[in-house]
Design a protein around this ligand. Structure first.
Ligand code: KIV
Ligand code: ZN
Length: 521
């Protein structure tokens, strides 16, 4: 069990909010099963606190937090709640099954938020914060309080409200730079001042939660750690509202690599970083840019001759971290057409990929056999995509691709003919289009009539070579709701049709939910 509550000052607590703030990125919504998969990967990485969601937002969010709370044993599971009785009791209810739970309650404290959003006086905000913390303590003794938009709040008011909520029982004080406005030296100074000026600051862990609007989320978080913060809130791949949150992998590796600068470290197993990054990217359909620190495909690639020469003579000439330490594995051929079930199962185990049932393993193995018929060499990356493909499948899918035939010929208009299963019934359709993918999407739409807008279509090859699998992401928008669908296949037209259908299925499943920060207080 994580011991983050009884805090020791040389431990930096990692609070992951991929499933809550990360999910607030338009298009990043996840199903309950997907959240549980990510939570298990975070637990395996030894993340201290997992913010699993905002239980009052919708029945689906409530069930997701409850499901995560039921399966996670080695990390604390946290639920977000505005400083409102109904939010706090809903969070308390969702967290009941948790081995270790935390309620994270918040209310805005900046002049602009109090005046324009809450239409409340500062003293009333303070009283509501105190009541909320007391109420949350009725459900758990692990309570976090955030003065939302602290980065633009007045220092004196922050000191006053934080002192009062610590007296009321808050054990973690999180300072959010909600709009990503702060600059590292100034944000570090804010944390130092708060810890110095608040008389009971030694009774709580100080935490930070930085947004990346100016590209400074990680810099601000690290400046805060240098000034006494001992919890950082972050997300895998920096996912999150607008420009995102501080990237977990960057914060963790900066602290680990520069132990000469930081007087604390995390307890994370960093070899889980890349697998976790790929899992989140696969599930959300948010690709990782190739030059992204730590988890980008080029983060450890050396293109220039001078660099390659240096690396061969001594790795440290151009590398400050080892690729293996963050979970990059050699892209070597691991399995082929003659590999059996046992070899398949044990390679998945070596990759720390857990399948929840024998049936899931059987499905994945049968997909592996199909793939091995089409593709000579199967790499670790292919296996990861293949398993992700099994997990993309949504329970009781409404739409299913049965068959697809596409004609693409020089001088002719591409034509797609397909058979879809819709709610258990097979329907045929055909359409022409500007290209084979366009024709396939039009054929699907001719029978589904989804009334959606295509916001994004992207294809990435999973490994190199022309026989590589293409991983396709499709983002659809309908009435303000945005979903991403994924598909992977050696045939990118089939991958595209599957990605489109996956997005349509997600749209069927998602419902409108309340946004925590547009709140009714
Ligand atoms: O950015 C923010 O202020 C938040 C709070 C709910 C902590 O996400
Ligand atoms: Zn946030």
């Amino acid at each position: 069990m994580s011991n983050e509550f009884q805090h020791n000052s040389d431990q930096l607590i990692i609070f992951d909010t991929t499933l809550r703030d990360g999910e607030q990125s338009p298009g990043a919504s996840m199903t309950k099963d997907e959240k549980v998969r990510i939570a298990k990967a975070l637990e395996k990485m030894r993340v201290d606190v997992i913010e699993a969601g905002f239980p009052i937002a919708s029945p689906g969010d409530f069930e997701s937090v409850k499901a995560v709370a039921s399966v996670i044993k080695d990390s604390t599971v946290c639920g977000l709640a505005r400083a409102l009785e109904k939010d706090i009791s809903r969070a308390g209810e969702a967290l009941k099954p948790a081995a270790s739970s935390r309620i994270h309650t918040f209310i805005a404290t900046s002049p602009i938020h109090m005046k324009m959003k809450l239409r409340m006086q500062p003293d009333d905000v303070l009283a509501q914060a105190v009541d909320a913390v007391k109420m949350a303590r009725g459900f758990t003794d692990n309570v976090e309080f955030s003065p939302e938009d602290a980065g633009r709040s007045e220092l004196d008011f922050l000191c006053r409200i934080i002192e009062a909520v610590i007296d009321a029982g808050a054990t973690t004080i999180n300072i959010p730079d909600t709009v990503g406005y702060n600059i590292p030296h100034q944000f570090g100074e804010l944390i130092r001042q708060l810890i110095e000026r608040i008389p009971n600051s030694d009774r709580a862990v100080f935490s930070v939660h930085c947004h990346n609007d100016l590209g400074l989320a990680v810099g601000n978080s690290l400046a805060a750690v240098l000034n006494g913060a001992r919890q950082v809130e972050c997300t895998i791949n920096g996912l999150g509202e607008r420009a995102g949150n501080a990237a977990l992998e960057e914060v963790v590796m900066a602290v680990r690599t520069r132990q000469d600068v930081f007087s604390c470290d995390t307890r994370l197993d960093t070899t889980q970083i890349v697998p976790c990054s790929k899992l989140v990217s696969g599930i959300t359909g948010f690709p990782v840019q190739p030059n992204k620190a730590i988890v980008g495909a080029n983060a450890f690639a050396h293109e220039s001759g001078i660099h390659q020469d240096g690396i061969l003579k001594s790795r440290e000439t151009y590398e400050i971290m080892r690729a293996q330490d963050v979970g990059w594995s050699d892209n070597r051929m691991v399995l082929g057409k003659h590999s059996g079930r046992n070899a398949f199962r044990s390679r998945l185990q070596e990759l720390n990929i857990e399948l929840s049932s024998e049936q899931e393993l059987n499905e994945a193995f049968s997909r592996f056999k199909d793939l091995a018929d089409k593709k000579h060499e199967i790499f670790d990356e292919d296996l990861r995509a293949l398993v992700a493909d099994t997990s993309w499948a949504i329970e009781n899918e409404h739409f299913k691709l049965i068959s697809l035939k596409v004609c693409s010929e020089t001088g002719e208009t591409p034509n797609a003919q397909l058979v879809l299963e819709i709610g258990g019934e097979e329907v045929s359709a055909s359409a022409t289009g500007g290209g084979p993918v366009d024709a396939s999407f039009r054929a699907i739409e001719s029978v589904v009539n989804s009334d959606t807008q295509l916001q994004l279509y992207s294809v990435n090859n999973i490994t190199s070579g022309t026989d590589a699998q293409g991983e396709v992401t499709v983002r659809l928008e309908k009435g303000g709701r945005i979903v991403s669908g994924q598909g992977a296949d050696t045939d990118i037209v089939i991958a595209s049709a599957n990605a489109y259908i996956n997005a349509l299925n997600k749209l069927e499943k998602t419902v409108d939910r309340e946004h925590p920060q547009l709140g009714d207080v």
